[in-house]
Design a protein around this ligand. Structure first.
Ligand SMILES: Nc1nc2c(c(=O)[nH]1)N[C@H]1C(S)=C(S)[C@@H](COP(=O)(O)OP(=O)(O)OC[C@H]3O[C@@H](n4cnc5c(=O)[nH]c(N)nc54)[C@H](O)[C@@H]3O)O[C@H]1N2
Ligand SMILES: Nc1nc2c(c(=O)[nH]1)N[C@H]1C(S)=C(S)[C@@H](COP(=O)(O)OP(=O)(O)OC[C@H]3O[C@@H](n4cnc5c(=O)[nH]c(N)nc54)[C@H](O)[C@@H]3O)O[C@H]1N2
Ligand code: SF4
Ligand SMILES: [Mo]
Length: 719
């Protein structure tokens, strides 16, 4: 290992999946640069790429399984002993209290992990519980609901064709900080510059003048949680001014008249006060959208994690259909990835069962994570008594995480598959640590399917797995094998598939995919072996129109007006009436709290990377100068933020980039909890936004958490 070598791979830390070039000398990483030959990222990387190396060397990262002792300390335990003990205790609890007594929470890094993507399903199936939760319902659930209801499959997710569009309308996304989400487009700064360079326009709708809004042609500072009203008004103008042009989509689209009728109730003049956006602005925008040769409307986290998130994602798709921009170059398009995720993930279903305490509907076999804590702390039959967390930190990432934090110690068994002893995993009885990114093979099953260009890239591991660690898939498989109680035939079938391992499963999926070589010898097309010989990945071309063939609805038709959305308009109507009736002064000095993302963070788990933590405290509360002045507050002051659920303190940052009446705190902080092993993070702990968000604020339609617009009061903190 003494000599120098260069390793090429994809960074899997966020959705941008940038190609990286890693120089290794003497078995150590000496540099990480962008891979200029990657057909998608073309050399782009962000400051977080160095984390690939720092995660490797982090002394706090766990390197063997741990078991909690009676005195609260931790002892090392062998893998087989740990897995056997977990299986035995799980079975005992399920035998006594039923299968639903075991819950599972799947966190975000699973989607960035090939092995987890392939082995989670058999593991969850082996648990056999209806109490399944994941980060989906604190994030993008409304996107899946809209895809299922409108296009027939929860993963028929349109992606804005940013490289060819003439007009990009962005709502509730800040790709210059997040590097893009449900839109894999590494290097958004350059891509947006190119958009404007070719005469295109960028309009950003956001309560904050974000990094992305700053490079836009126009920024519309919307009142949090009112985007559904805004989008309906936009549609109303398109219809009323005869600008609706679905074009080639029209012969296979239903519900235009119903949508038109729904939108007619919300003309711009009616929603202007509530949204904070002048009627004329909305009219102008509608006309520009309609006039653009191509346009894409893209709504992301900020419009998904709000009380009308379901309606928002429906209406975003609707705008793209009504303007004829769905499935056309420069519009919102469907990728054609090398592995066809649609073929092995279910279409989705909703409401087949409900959560025990609040009666919230499942979606695709998962219950809303906003209900996790109450399912643990509310006594009665069916209560969750054992919990598995897999790559998740729900104490910091789910609404009213503090309630969950209080509930976790009451579990009879908690198991965390996670490389860190953090705010959530410290409550586990056993922690099973898995390999960091450079010690495993990777192919992005999910993000190639959300990318603005069709490409494929396989990464082999750079370093061998550390002796005490296993890959996520091995741990999940070890548990599934011990817990599976299906019929002999079913178990055998599952064993056979699992025994293939991730590489062979991937090879089969690539061969069977739309760019694949199939199963006969000497055929052109992709196989894993061929892909692995291309260290920079392969280019499979720009996005191409694929409708109506790709639609998964029974008649291959788009439904523009699904009944659940029309029914949910009643809730929006009531909200609009209530807003119109309330005087602003009646808010009693109440502010609306929203979140934000920062380039050097990644949700809750990258604050232990020293090189990402340099500089001043980033966990600050943003407040408009007017709101600060009337409270007698100035930048740097410690303020207390109080909501229905709790209170946190943070330093204030006064700035006119935030809309008056709105304040913003980033999420993923709050590393002061005792009993964690995160030395760097604990040195600059920040406060957890989710100590003040509210598990009762959800989008009633989808069950997604409504983080945006939490009512809070802010005052100087007592010393
Ligand atoms: N208020 C507010 N809350 C939010 C958000 C917000 O904007 N505002 N955003 C939401 C969103 S979009 C998301 S996706 C969620 C994220 O919510 P979570 O997924 O619950 O949280 P993360 O912070 O991503 O934590 C990831 C965990 O996985 C571990 N981990 C990292 N890599 C691996 C791996 O390869 N294998 C295993 N087994 N473990 C690994 C880390 O140590 C960490 O414990 O948070 C949500 N919460
Ligand atoms: N650096 C970094 N990158 C990340 C992450 C990270 O934590 N850090 N997390 C990753 C994950 S898991 C995800 S899901 C993606 C998310 O990626 P994005 O969707 O780009 O998410 P954010 O950057 O949080 O941007 C959401 C925007 O919505 C705005 N907003 C809040 N409320 C409203 C509202 O009511 N209406 C409107 N119109 N806007 C509103 C906020 O001000 C914010 O600018 O980022 C991913 N990438
Ligand atoms: S943008 Fe995302 S994928 Fe690219 S280097 Fe940064 S963290 Fe990695
Ligand atoms: Mo996310």
């Amino acid at each position: 290992m003494a000599e120098a070598s260069t390793h090429y791979r994809a960074c899997n830390l966020c959705e941008a999946i940038c190609g990286v070039e890693i120089r290794v000398e003497g078995g150590r990483v000496v540099s990480i640069r962008g891979d200029a030959a990657d057909p998608l990222s073309r050399g782009h990387i962000c400051p977080k790429a160095v984390a690939l190396q720092d995660l490797e060397t982090d002394p706090d990262r766990l390197r063997r399984p741990l078991r909690r002792r009676g005195d609260g300390g931790w002892e090392p335990v062998g893998w087989d002993e740990a897995l056997d003990e977990i299986a035995a205790r799980t079975r005992r609890i399920q035998a006594e209290h039923g299968r639903d007594a075991v819950g599972v929470y799947l966190g975000n890094p699973n989607v960035h992990n090939l092995g987890a993507m392939l082995y989670l399903r058999p593991f969850v199936r082996a648990l056999g519980s209806r109490n399944r939760f994941s980060a989906t319902s604190v994030d993008q659930l409304p996107h899946h609901l809209a895809a299922m209801l409108m296009f027939g499959h929860q993963f028929l997710l349109p992606v804005p064709d940013v490289d060819r569009t003439d007009f990009l309308l962005v709502l509730g996304a800040n790709p210059l900080a997040s590097n893009g989400s449900m839109m894999t487009a590494p290097g958004m700064r350059e891509r947006l510059k190119a958009l404007r360079g070719r005469g295109g326009k960028l309009v950003v709708v956001d309560p904050r003048r974000t990094e992305t809004a700053r490079v836009a042609d126009r920024h519309l500072a919307i009142e949090p949680g009112t985007d559904a009203l805004f989008l309906l008004a936009l549609l109303d103008v398109l219809f009323a001014e005869d600008l609706a042009r679905p074009g080639r989509l029209e012969p296979f689209t239903d519900g235009l008249a119903a949508l038109r009728e729904a939108a007619a109730e919300f003309p711009p003049e009616r929603v202007a006060a509530a949204t904070g956006i002048a009627a004329e602005e909305i009219r102008t925008l509608a006309r520009e959208l309609a006039a653009a040769p191509s346009a894409a409307c893209y709504g992301r986290l900020g419009v998904s994690t709000q009380e009308f998130g379901g309606l928002c994602q429906w209406l975003v798709n609707a705008v793209n259909v009504v303007t004829g921009n769905l499935d056309r170059p420069g519009g919102a398009m469907f990728p054609r990835p090398a592995v066809d995720v649609l073929s092995f993930l279910g279409r989705g279903h909703r409401g087949r069962w409900r959560s025990r305490v609040r009666g919230l509907p499942e979606f695709a076999s998962e219950l809303p994570s906003a209900a996790l804590a109450e399912e643990i702390d509310t006594p009665g039959p069916g209560r969750i008594r054992a919990l598995f967390t897999v790559a998740g930190n729900p104490v910091l990432s789910t609404p009213n995480g503090a309630r969950l934090e209080r509930a976790l110690p009451g579990l009879e068994l908690m198991v965390a598959i996670d490389p860190y002893l953090n705010e959530t995993t410290r409550h586990a009885h056993l922690i099973l640590p898995t390999t960091p990114p450079l010690q495993r093979d990777h192919y992005d099953l999910v993000f190639h399917a959300l990318a603005v260009r069709n490409t494929a890239r396989y990464s082999t591991r750079l370093f061998p797995p550390e002796p005490g660690l296993r890959d996520d898939w091995q741990v999940l498989d070890g548990l599934a094998r011990r817990l599976d109680r299906g019929s002999l035939a079913a178990r055998l079938r599952r064993r056979l598939v699992a025994a293939l391992g991730p590489r062979r499963q991937l090879d089969l999926a690539l061969r069977a995919g739309p760019h694949g070589a199939g199963f006969l010898p000497f055929r052109r097309g992709l196989t894993l072996a061929r892909l692995a010989r291309e260290p920079h990945g392969v280019d499979l071309g720009p996005l191409e129109p694929c409708l109506p063939e790709k639609l998964a609805t029974p008649e291959r038709r788009i439904d523009l007006a699904p009944a659940p959305y029309l029914a949910d308009l009643g809730r929006l109507r009531a909200r609009l009436a209530a807003t119109a009736a309330a005087e602003p002064a009646e808010r009693n000095g109440e502010l609306r709290l929203i979140g934000r993302r920062q380039v050097q963070s990644n949700n809750s788990w990258m604050h232990n990377v020293p090189r990402l933590m340099r500089g001043k405290d980033r966990c600050t509360l943003l407040m408009h100068p007017d709101d600060a002045a009337c409270r007698g507050l100035a930048s740097g002051a410690q303020v207390e933020i109080v909501s229905r659920t709790g209170r946190v303190c943070a330093p204030l940052e006064v700035t006119d980039e935030i809309k008056p009446g709105v304040v913003s705190l980033p999420h993923g902080w709050g590393h002061h909890r005792p009993g964690t092993r995160l030395a760097t993070a604990a040195a600059t702990p920040g406060a957890s936004l989710n100590d003040v968000t509210d598990e009762e604020r959800i989008d009633a339609l989808s069950g997604n958490a409504a983080f945006s617009g939490v009512p809070v009061t802010v005052a100087a903190a007592a010393q």
